[in-house]
Design a protein around this ligand. Structure first.
Ligand code: SAH
Length: 379
């Protein structure tokens, strides 16, 4: 995968009406805008606070700014570049959101409520799964997003906006963020970590780094960069297969960066950050769920302190399944449970990831925008 795909793609600047999106800007950048408008410097801090900590839904709501400034901002800048086009609620409470970008593309976000508590004193968890690209260039054989190919990278603002709009819709504080929606976050590194910086800026009162997970198919240089920069978010790596032959068949990215290179980067990351790593492992019936796989899993996960999220394969609709995509099936329940038990006996720290929102195609790997929804449903 060309690392340069990061920069060669056009990124959203001003919208069609020439207005500058404010969400996604840092205090420094807001200060420059405020100075350009000939306003006193303290206005930048106020705007910053309205944008993030106070989650202002409109310029109108930014009452401390004064009527004139509000009108100028309304004219020259914009608060929302994503239009909420659809919201579907699953039987399990998961909500899938469809957003239309200002240039007419579709992306999805998922809100996953959970009764589980991290600690005693933490409130109910509300996790948002955000998209980082429109589509994805990686072509993983089990993932629906792959069928969209890559249209473009999302901006930090578009990533932060998913959070702000979903939180407003839900009417409840979002406590956790997973970068596990459409796209490969590490191929949009700059915008992804710019959004992380905004989410984790204490004054913005959004989400703490320890409640954010960035998931990657495994781009070694980006994993090393995270370590070098001392990024505090959690790292999740999509493993799914434990030999190069199998992994390359499933995830073509492995032909470019094989398991050896990937695991060296993971080890580097751990040595520098001392943060444990999470691996994601989808179970495919008869394919990667054998006793030999458990042995390999135990060996590979011993390299650094880690846990493994075992994920049931969410079968997806392929318009034209060929090759391995046509043969992948999810491991039946009993065999799945047996795999978990044996992996635990082999010393692997295993967690089972439930399949939230499968009935509305909101589960992992099911995000692919094929419809042109314009109405708001659910709720
Ligand atoms: N590109 C990133 C993040 C997006 S995918 C990555 O690869 O990690 C988020 C997780 O969902 C990944 O672990 C991915 O492998 C998994 N996933 C994709 N398709 C799936 C499917 N059909 N069933 C279950 N999990 C899937």
């Amino acid at each position: 995968m060309p690392e340069s795909s990061n920069i060669s793609l056009p990124l959203l600047q001003d919208d069609a009406a020439g207005r500058r999106p404010l969400v996604g800007l840092t205090l420094d950048e807001l200060s420059a805008i405020v100075a350009g408008l000939g306003e006193p410097a303290f206005r930048a801090r106020q705007i910053n606070e309205w944008l993030y900590a106070r989650r202002a839904p409109s310029f109108e709501a930014m009452t401390s700014l004064g009527r004139n400034l509000r009108a100028t901002l309304e004219q020259r800048t914009t608060l929302r570049t994503l239009a909420l086009a659809d919201a579907q609620r699953s039987e399990d409470g998961t909500i899938k959101f469809l957003f239309r970008t200002h240039d007419g593309l579709n992306i999805e976000s998922v809100l996953i409520p959970s009764e589980a508590r991290d600690d005693q004193d933490e409130p109910k968890r509300q996790t948002i799964c955000v998209s980082t690209q429109v589509g994805c260039p990686l072509d993983c054989k089990f993932c629906a997003t792959a069928s969209m190919r890559l249209k473009r990278n999302l901006t930090a603002g578009e990533i932060v906006e998913q959070f702000l709009q979903v939180e407003r819709y839900a009417g409840e504080k979002i406590t956790n963020i997973v970068y596990m929606g459409m796209g490969e976050p590490m191929l949009n590194y700059e915008q992804v970590f710019r959004s992380v910086a905004i989410f984790t800026e204490p004054a913005n009162e959004l989400v703490a780094a320890r409640h954010i997970t960035v998931s990657t198919s495994g781009i070694p240089s980006a994993i090393r960069q995270m370590a070098d920069e001392g990024q505090k978010v959690k790292l999740a790596v999509s493993l799914h297969a434990l030999t190069n032959g199998m992994r390359s068949e499933l995830m073509p990215i492995n032909r470019r960066y094989d398991l050896g290179e990937l695991m060296d980067a993971v080890e580097y990351y751990y040595r520098k950050t001392r943060q444990p790593v999470t691996y994601e492992y989808i179970l495919f019936d008869g394919w990667n769920d054998t006793d030999a796989d458990i042995k390999r899993l135990a060996k590979i996960t011993r390299r650094v302190p880690s846990k493994v999220n075992v994920i049931p394969f969410h079968e997806i609709e392929f318009t034209d399944p060929t090759g391995i995509s046509a043969t992948l099936r999810s491991t039946p329940r009993e065999k799945f449970d047996l795999f978990i038990r044996k992996a635990r006996e082999a010393g692997v720290m295993v967690m089972v990831r439930s399949s939230s929102g499968e009935d509305i195609d909101a589960a992992c790997g099911q995000l692919a925008v094929k419809h042109d929804a314009t109405s708001l449903t659910g709720r």
